[in-house]
Design a protein around this ligand. Structure first.
Ligand code: ATP
Ligand code: MG
Ligand code: FE
Length: 343
C-alpha cells in the first residue's frame, strides 16, 4: 500500500493505492482563497497546505479504511511546482517515512500526471506518447518506462495550455481558474464563429517547432478581437469566443500529438494534466486518433487535475518495478525537469 502526497500548487492531495487500485483520493484546495487575485498566491498556498496536511492524511486513511501503520511506502511530489508549497509536502512525507520506518519516493509531478491513468485503465501502455497539458506545462513526451524513461519531444515556447485557458477566461469575465468555465461556455457556443490562429503550424514554423506549442499569440488574438468589439460598442458573444478559442487550442494539441505518435510509430496516446479534463479535447483526440488507428487514454476529469492519487500511482510503480527509494534528505526542486522522474 502506497500513500502519495501532492502539494506542488494549490491542491493538498493525499492518495492511497494498492497496486493499480485506488483506495482513497482526498483533496483539499485553496483555490477559493486565490480566486480574487486571479491566480495562485504562493504564500497563501503554502500556509493552506500546512493547515490541510494532517486532516487530509486522516481523511484519506479513513476512506481507505486503513491505519497509517498499514502503509508500505510513502511517495511525494518533489517538483516541479511552487517552492514553498513543495516543501510542506516533502517535509510531511519525510516525517511519515521516518515515523513509520518505511521507504520514501520523491517523484516528478509531471510523470505522475501520466502514471495516474493506470488507476482507471490498468497498466500503462509503454511505449506511449504522453501529452501533458496543465496549468504550467504543455509537452509531448515519449514514455518508454514511466519510472525511468520520460523523454521530451517538444513543449510550449511561451504560455501553457491551461494558462491560456485561464487568461482568456479572465478576458471574457469568467472566474478563475478559467478552464472549466470556458469548457462550459463553449458548449453553448459556435466553434467556427472566429477563426483564431493556430500557433506554430505554418510550414516554416513546423521546420523548427514541429512538436512545440505556442499559445500567447492566440491569447493576444482573443484580446484584440474582444477589444475591437467593445470599442465598437457591441456586445461580446462570450460563448462563441470561448468555443472558437477552445477549438483553436484543441486543434493544435491533437494535431501535434497525433503527428508525434505517427512519427514515432507509437500506437497509444495518453493525455494528462488539468486541461485533459476538457470535454472538447477529449472528444477531438478520440475522433482524430481513431482515424489513424491510434488509441487514446485519458483519465476521468477528477484524476486530471492535481491530486494525491497520481503521486501514489507513480510511487506504486516505483515499488513494483523495484526502483531504489529516494534518500531521506531528498530536496524539493521547483524547476525539476520532466526527465528526473525519481529523486
Ligand atoms: P502543472 O501540472 O503544470 O504544475 P498545475 O498543477 O497548476 O500545473 P493542473 O492542476 O494540472 O495544473 O491543471 C490546472 C489547469 O487546468 C488550469 O489552468 C485549469 O484552468 C485547467 N483546466 C481544468 N479543467 C479544465 C477544463 N475542463 N478545460 C480546460 N482547462 C481546464
Ligand atoms: Mg490547482
Ligand atoms: Fe499539475
Amino acid at each position: 500500500m502506497v500513500l502519495g502526497i501532492e502539494t506542488s500548487c494549490d491542491e493538498t492531495g493525499v492518495g492511497i493505492v494498492r497496486g493499480n487500485t485506488l483506495l482513497a483520493d482526498a483533496v483539499a484546495s485553496s483555490v477559493e482563497e486565490h480566486a480574487r487575485f486571479g491566480g495562485v498566491v504562493p504564500e497563501v498556498a503554502s500556509r493552506a497546505h500546512l493547515e490541510a496536511m494532517v486532516p487530509t492524511i486522516e481523511r484519506a486513511c479513513e476512506t481507505a479504511g486503513i491505519a497509517l501503520g498499514d502503509v508500505d511506502a510513502v511517495a511525494v511530489t518533489n517538483g516541479p511546482g511552487l517552492a514553498g508549497a513543495l516543501l510542506v509536502g516533502v517535509a510531511a512525507a519525510k516525517a511519515l517515512a521516518v515515523g513509520l520506518g518505511k521507504p520514501i519516493y520523491g517523484v516528478n509531478h509531471l510523470a505522475s500526471h501520466v502514471a495516474v491513468d493506470q488507476l482507471e485503465h490498468g497498466p500503462l501502455p509503454e511505449p506511449c506518447l504522453a501529452m501533458l497539458v496543465s496549468g504550467g506545462h504543455s509537452s509531448l513526451l515519449r514514455v518508454h518506462d514511466v519510472t525511468t524513461g520520460v523523454d521530451p519531444m517538444g513543449s510550449t515556447i511561451d504560455d501553457a495550455a491551461g494558462e491560456a485557458f485561464d487568461k482568456v477566461a479572465r478576458l471574457l469575465g469568467l472566474p478563475f481558474p478559467g478552464g472549466p468555465h470556458i469548457d462550459r461556455a463553449a458548449r453553448e457556443g459556435d466553434s467556427v464563429y472566429v477563426d483564431f490562429p493556430r500557433g506554430l503550424t505554418s510550414r516554416r514554423d513546423l521546420e523548427r517547432h514541429r512538436f512545440d506549442f505556442s499559445f500567447s499569440g492566440l491569447k493576444t488574438a482573443v484580446a484584440r478581437w474582444v477589444e475591437a468589439r467593445e470599442r465598437a460598442g457591441e456586445p461580446v458573444p462570450v460563448n462563441d469566443v470561448a468555443a472558437s478559442f477552445q477549438e483553436a487550442v484543441c486543434d493544435v494539441l491533437t494535431r501535434k500529438a497525433i503527428d508525434a505518435a505517427v512519427t514515432e510509430g507509437i500506437e497509444d496516446i495518453l493525455i494528462g494534466g488539468g486541461v485533459a479534463a476538457n470535454s472538447r479535447l477529449r472528444s477531438m483526440a478520440e475522433e482524430r486518433a481513431a482515424a489513424k488507428g491510434i488509441r487514446v487514454r485519458v483519465p476521468r476529469p477528477g484524476l486530471c487535475t492535481d491530486n494525491g492519487a497520481m503521486v501514489a500511482a507513480l510511487g506504486s510503480e516505483m515499488v513494483s518495478r523495484g526502483r531504489t527509494p529516494s534518500p531521506l534528505d531528498l530536496p524539493a526542486d521547483s524547476s525539476l525537469p520532466v526527465t528526473s522522474v525519481l529523486a
